[in-house]
Design a protein around this ligand. Structure first.
Ligand code: TRP
Length: 447
């Protein structure tokens, strides 16, 4: 018998675990602040519901209908060579993401351990603390050891299986992460001068909304929901046939947005309270925040809590990436789960090491002007994810029979709510989503 998730809560935390990641912590709060505050949230919610939710549902339908790993799913639902080949991307994409994601996972491990040594209580200047990061990433060994620790943890959880590993650990990791981020948000909002950060994030400014901002919102919603990587498909294949696809999908979108907003509340008020400029990416999380922790009362404790939360976010996303590849090896290549987890982790480690070294000794190696790390990031985020999303919506909208899609989405007509909105969802998947995905793809390449 094929293993599956044991409970609805297990499905929710696993899916939310995949979606909630670095994108929520280091990109969303900044994007929001830069692009119209509350107005941006409204735009983001509109895109998430109208475009990303249908794609999410389409991916879900393929996985749960086939009850197989992402690659076999395409072949099972439409036995033609071409779709089988397209399905290969669902194995390649999560692997490529895993390679560069593990590097940042490693950074989180290192910073978490460092926060336990109370290193962020030393009141260095802002540049001194930022230098810790620059020296760390350009040093060859420490980041590699850190990423190894990260990958070993990911491998361990996946090797334990879907129920005994992924579900079991997500059930602990996600609630803990939620509580930690919430505590930091409460603390951060009570700092003197927090008000400025709140108005940076939320002050609605509808005049900022333009085509460029729309694309940013759409791109962020896309990446943050882990669309188009085969990961949702894989997790969906472990979901019970009695569950509502609509409910699981909507809950995941809500959880993802909620985490992004609370992460913003944890970060931005503190950034302003200590007179720093808001930014995004590694610079915000690994350079600016440690400085703030060194300045704020009880900052050493806040630093520990924050880096634990960041690590949990990275870990729960990385296990979903590894699982997508492992499921394929187990089912198609008949390898044992433990063996395939170790094998894929070793392969990912090789590329992750190259990505890591591209911040230091290999920084001169450029592919189309990008470092190795940036190439992995660019190819997966801007090319593979969008191409795969397009394949998914075309497959569900045009290749699968309408009856099959209907049966899977409505549990053969037994879920009244799903029956009611089926026509809308099907329309969005068939016509609107392909256009949106192509727009994001072209914009990503041109900009
Ligand atoms: N959603 C993740 C984040 O916000 C990133 C991500 C994109 C991802 N695609 C994925 C995670 C596929 C797991 C699987 O950081």
């Amino acid at each position: 018998m094929r293993e599956g998730f044991g409970s609805k809560f297990g499905v929710l935390v696993a899916l939310a675990g995949s979606a909630v990641g670095l994108g929520n912590f280091w990109r969303f709060p900044y994007l929001m602040g830069q692009n119209g505050g509350a107005a941006f949230i409204i735009l983001y919610i509109a895109f998430a519901c109208l475009l990303c939710l249908p794609i999410f549902i389409a991916e879900f339908i393929i996985g749960r209908r086939a009850q197989q790993n992402a690659h076999s799913a395409f072949i099972a639902l439409h036995p033609s060579k071409a779709w089988g080949k397209a399905g290969i991307l669902t194995i390649l994409t999560p692997f490529v993401i895993l390679c560069f994601y593990s590097v940042i996972g490693g950074w989180s491990v290192f910073y978490m351990l460092k926060s336990f040594t109370l290193s962020f209580t030393t009141t260095g200047s802002q540049t001194e603390i930022a230098d810790i990061f620059t020296n760390f990433v350009s040093d060859p060994w420490t980041p590699i050891v850190s990423l190894l620790m990260f990958i070993v943890a990911v491998c361990y959880i996946v090797a334990k299986g879907v129920k005994g590993g992924i579900e079991r650990y997500s059930k602990v990791m996600m609630p803990v992460m939620f509580v930690l981020v919430l505590l930091i948000a409460i603390y951060s909002c009570r700092l003197d001068g927090a008000q400025q950060g709140l108005s940076y994030m939320f002050r609605p400014d509808f005049s900022k909304l333009n085509a460029d901002v729309c694309l940013k919102a759409l791109g962020q919603a896309f990446f943050s929901l882990s669309l188009g990587s085969g990961v949702i498909m894989t997790y969906a294949s472990y979901v019970s046939k009695g569950d509502s696809i609509l409910k699981h999908s909507v809950y995941t979108v809500i959880a993802d947005l909620l985490f992004a907003v609370i992460a913003g509340l944890a970060i931005m008020p503190a950034v302003f309270a200590f007179g720093l400029e808001p930014g995004s990416g590694p610079g915000l999380v690994f350079e600016a925040l440690p400085y703030i922790f060194s300045q704020m009362p009880a900052g050493a404790i806040v630093a520990i809590l924050f880096f634990i939360a960041l690590l949990l976010a990275a870990l729960s996303s990385a296990i979903s990436q590894l699982e997508a590849v492992v499921a394929w090896l187990v089912e198609e290549k008949k390898m044992s789960r433990v063996r395939s987890s170790v094998l894929v982790s070793c392969a990912a480690t090789i590329f992750a090491v190259l990505c890591s070294l591209s911040f230091g000794v290999l920084s001169d190696i450029r592919i189309f002007g990008m470092t190795i790390f940036d190439t992995f990031d660019y190819v997966s985020s801007n090319i593979l994810l969008t191409v795969m999303s397009l394949i998914i919506v075309l497959f569900v909208g045009w290749k699968m029979s309408r009856q099959d899609v209907y049966d899977e989405f409505t549990n053969s007509g037994t879920l009244a709510q799903n029956v009611r909105i089926f026509r809308l969802i099907y329309f969005l998947v068939r016509y609107v989503a392909p256009v949106a995905v192509i727009t994001v793809f072209l914009a990503g390449i041109i900009l």
